[in-house]
Design a protein around this ligand. Structure first.
Ligand SMILES: [Fe+2]
Ligand SMILES: [Fe+2]
Length: 329
């Protein structure tokens, strides 16, 4: 099997030289972009939204609380996955720099969601446990945990095709399904709040989280594309390729179920289940395309009009590069 410059099991003595001609220049680029995007929750004025929070209707409050609760433990989960999952197998210096920057930024995100809960005196204990007590949120985390646990603590062998498949699926579930599909679905709830004039300061922080997550998504996509390029045996395994697409579509279905339960038959922050489902289909299609698959739902336009507004476009053009190619908010 072809050697990989990205993953392996090496001594700590190895790979301690940065080349001026990096093997994977994309990770140097992603490291620099993440570095430029670093921010701190203290720079925001979340407390100014306290009156807004108190004035939310019961259904609005439920959507907000569930979104904050889901993110609060999921940010820590992403950190766990990186630390104990595929990160120890990365050997390329810039890939390590890019993924350790992601790890750092996940701390910033945890810190941000923690500061929201503190500022509005929310029930932290209940919200941190929401992914244990709510059956659908539990499932959303469990599909990631079950797969990544097959790899943790050195269980994956980067010198076999089977081991590389495990690594690929872990990256897929963490960086594409969780960060690029589930997180994007919940981002839409926050951005709809801002569109209806609510929770503006909180949402300004969520916008920064979105920029970061678009880069984490790119980290994952690039790592997967490199793994596939270096392991043609995986691409030739039609059953596995099909399985990957099924994982993505099944995950989207789980999110449809969650959205239907929260929004079915109601309009909250101007959003309906129908619109949210179509938005999620649009996002899932972009993820499929970014991985080189055919889109599953054929939704070519973002149905959420408020995500097409000028201020939002400015945000996603933050890096003056084709970030929209990856994010499509
Ligand atoms: Fe994050
Ligand atoms: Fe992330």
């Amino acid at each position: 099997m072809q050697q990989s410059g990205l993953i392996g099991k090496t001594s700590v003595r190895d790979n301690i030289i940065i080349s001026d001609n990096p093997r994977y220049p994309i990770f140097k680029e992603l490291y620099i972009k993440q570095k430029k995007a670093i921010w701190f929750p203290e720079e925001l004025n979340i407390q100014q939204d306290v009156l807004d929070y108190k004035a939310l209707t019961p259904v609005e409050k439920e959507v907000f609380d569930m979104a904050v609760g889901y993110f609060s433990s999921s940010e820590l989960l992403v950190g766990n996955v990186l630390v104990n999952g595929f990160f120890p197998l990365l050997i390329d210096p810039y890939a390590k720099m890019s993924f350790t920057t992601q790890m750092f930024v996940e701390n910033i995100h945890s810190d941000f969601f923690e500061s929201i809960m503190q500022s509005f005196a929310m029930d932290r204990d209940k919200l941190y446990r929401i992914t244990q007590t709510d059956p659908l949120l539990y499932k959303k985390q469990d599909i990631i945990i079950r797969e990544v646990d097959k790899l943790t603590y050195g269980k994956g062998d980067p010198y076999t095709v089977a081991g590389r498949k495990l690594i690929l699926k872990s990256i897929l579930l963490n960086n594409i399904v969780m960060e690029g599909i589930f997180f994007y679905s919940t981002f839409a709830h926050f951005f709809a709040m801002k569109d209806t004039g609510k929770m503006k300061n909180v949402v300004s922080g969520v916008e920064l989280v979105l920029i970061d997550e678009s880069l984490h998504l790119q980290n994952g996509i690039e790592a997967i594309l490199i793994l596939l390029d270096e392991t043609p045996e995986i691409v030739q395994d039609e059953e596995f390729v099909q399985e990957i697409q099924t994982v993505i579509i099944d995950s989207a279905s789980l999110e449809f179920e969650y959205l239907e339960r929260m929004f079915g038959g109601k309009t909250i922050y101007g959003l309906t289940f129908r619109e949210l489902k179509r938005y999620l289909q649009y996002i899932t299609d972009r993820r499929m395309e970014e991985l080189g698959f055919e889109p599953a739902f054929h939704v070519d336009e973002n149905p959420l009009k408020f995500l097409q507004k000028e201020d939002f476009k400015k945000l996603t053009n933050f890096f003056e590069v084709s970030s929209t190619e990856y994010t499509n908010y």
